[in-house]
Design a protein around this ligand. Structure first.
Ligand SMILES: Cc1cc2nc3c(=O)[nH]c(=O)nc-3n(C[C@H](O)[C@H](O)[C@H](O)COP(=O)(O)O)c2cc1C
Length: 277
């Protein structure tokens, strides 16, 4: 289908930068420049141990959150929400619930990424949007909805999901088939963490620092922000400015992490960005 969206709508960054008076907004850069700038964004991201007293401009936050939503999810179901904590009183309570990690008090903003275990909640809306925008034709939209429902409908006490898992595991000996996820929490955390990572990289591209945390009392945190029981929280991320100098944390040897075609075959000659030997 012929798309009628303008470049401006397809690339909201053009809006962001033109609003701030950058003329480069209309220029397209080369892929090499993009790769270098992405490398800078990735390497700049480090878990800030402290934040300075400086607010995050509202339009910058809006831009980061807008980009975060472009992260992918299975069947595009987007089973997550992000709760932005910017109220000082809430922040104090969040600090307590996050086991008094001082970065929560210092950072002007913290974002709670929460995964929705009611994973089919958005299916009708997503199918409608994709169909109406012309991304999916009627047949594809119906098929996707059918597949997602078959794959993810859990039934009472997840019994259906366990039955489907056993059935698909046995069927896999006969033909290739995706095993239905028996752990819906793990399933939804995949998508929620994709969003969390996108958020951190978007922040880094704005010279902002982040710190992901799993050290918090989930029960109290859910209560603090009124999250319904079918949500769980994989991560909370502090956001703000930091004056720490670059301190690249260590990574395992690349041939330990990357294998070529087979688990037993280490992949060679991958760039390592460890700055310490
Ligand atoms: C899911 C996740 C949870 C984390 N939880 C905490 C935490 O509760 N407290 C903390 O100080 N750091 C936490 N971290 C930060 C890690 O310690 C840090 O990412 C790691 O040491 C690598 O350092 P870097 O992020 O600077 O590259 C967490 C990171 C991730 C990805």
């Amino acid at each position: 289908m012929l798309r009628t969206k303008s470049v401006r709508n397809l690339y909201p960054i053009h809006n962001f930068f033109s609003l701030r008076g950058f003329s480069a907004s209309t220029k397209f850069r080369s892929f090499e420049e993009d790769a270098v700038s992405f490398e800078r964004t990735v390497l700049k991201r480090q878990s800030a141990r402290s934040f300075i007293e400086k607010d995050v401009p509202h339009d910058v936050l809006q831009h980061i959150l807008g980009l975060t939503q472009r992260s992918p999810s299975g069947y595009n179901l987007q089973p997550w929400v992000a709760i932005v904590i910017n109220d000082p009183e809430k922040k104090n309570k969040l600090h307590e619930v996050c086991l008094s990690q001082k970065k929560v008090l210092e950072a002007p903003i913290s974002v709670i990424f929460a995964a929705n275990h009611n994973v089919l909640e958005n299916v009708d809306e997503v199918v409608r949007m994709e169909y109406e925008s012309g991304n999916w034709n009627k047949e594809y939209a119906e098929r996707t909805k059918r597949l997602a429902t078959t794959f993810l409908q859990t039934g009472p006490c997840h019994t259906l999901q366990v039955a489907k898992y056993i059935f698909t595991s046995i069927l896999s000996y006969i033909k290739p088939i995706t095993q239905a996820p028996v752990n819906i929490k793990a399933y939804t955390w995949k998508s929620a963490m994709m969003a969390a990572m996108t958020f951190m990289l978007a922040a880094s591209s704005h010279n902002l620092s982040t710190h992901a945390m799993e050290g918090f009392d989930e029960r109290r945190l859910k209560q603090l922000v009124g999250l319904p029981s079918h949500y769980s929280i994989p991560v909370v991320i502090c956001l703000g400015y930091s004056d720490e100098k670059e301190n690249t944390s260590s990574r395992l040897p690349t041939d330990h992490v990357y294998r070529e075609n087979d688990f037993e075959v280490p992949m060679q000659d991958i760039n390592s960005f460890n700055n310490k030997k």
